[in-house]
Design a protein. Sequence first.
Length: 143
Amino acid sequence: MSTDNTAAKALLDTWLSLWNGDLSLASEVASDEFRLHSHMMDGSDSAAVKGVEGLTEYVRSGRSHTPDLRFSIEVPPLFDGDYVSVRWSATGTYDGSFPGAKTPAGTVVTFTGTDTLRIQDGKFVEYWLNADGLHLVQQLQVG
């Protein structure tokens, strides 16, 4: 049975709030079977990001160098049965802690990406992330 668009939109809104810093929402959006499919900035295997705890740590880590990071929807979401896809942009103030970065703390950085998520039983079970990490590390002058 397909997820209706209203339920999917509400789940996506909660997902956005999670990424905007409310880590307590991870259990509301992710199932215990949650899995990430993505290229990882540190070269690790994204299959290690599992379940609510894995997602919580992944979001915490993603926000660690820009604690005020704010995500907003750039292109309205597309819904197809149990899948939702959305284009987003993120802006935050760099705190100076990224390894190898030459950009001074206090620099505002912006990057974009697309999330594609699969819904099962009212929660996300799979997450495909395509983010412009190259643009981010260029802004941070990593080299």
